[in-house]
Write a protein that binds this ligand. Sequence first.
Ligand code: ZN
Length: 207
Amino acid sequence: MHENGDIDSGYRRIDSFNEETTNKMSEAYLDVLKGIGEDPTREGLLKTPERVAKAMQFLTHGYNLNPEEILMSAKFREEYQQMVIVKDIEVYSLCEHHMLPFIGKAHVAYIPDKHIVGLSKIPRVVDAYARRLQVQERLTTQIRDCIQETLRPLGVAVVIEAYHLCMQMRGVQKQHSITTTSAFTGEFEKDRTRSEFISLITKDHIR
Ligand SMILES: [Zn+2]
């Protein structure tokens, strides 16, 4: 087992925004402000359409990232064949039904078969898929499939625990409920391996 407590989160700010996109989106958000009955000319809101346009581009910048390439850029030949776990990866995504955040943690494991990947790349893959309009279920399987297809390991496991602001803020009951999704391949489809993984991600932190 290998734990990575010091994750290069890859949450780099994008500082160059597409001007044409920003302008178009700003116009749309100006209409949104009017639509909710606000006065877009009052001081506090003057720059809001542009700010929101830029924020939305940042929150969805995963569309510009190629997760397979991220993994391939740090794929190494190695005979190690034990479970590799990266846990507590921060997840910030937007639900595609309401465009409201869902926030939580991802735990990812794989069992290498001749190839390993630089550990910092796994959180970057999570981020590349999370920074799009998503549903938690698809986010989970996309991360699994990307690792499976790129590294061809003996198995992949992905568990995501998240709370959805569209549930919490829109008055559905059980407002503090956490949604858990999981996806497995190969060795992790065996009860013993999967149980070992689950016990390792639920154990108290070492750090
Ligand atoms: Zn939603």
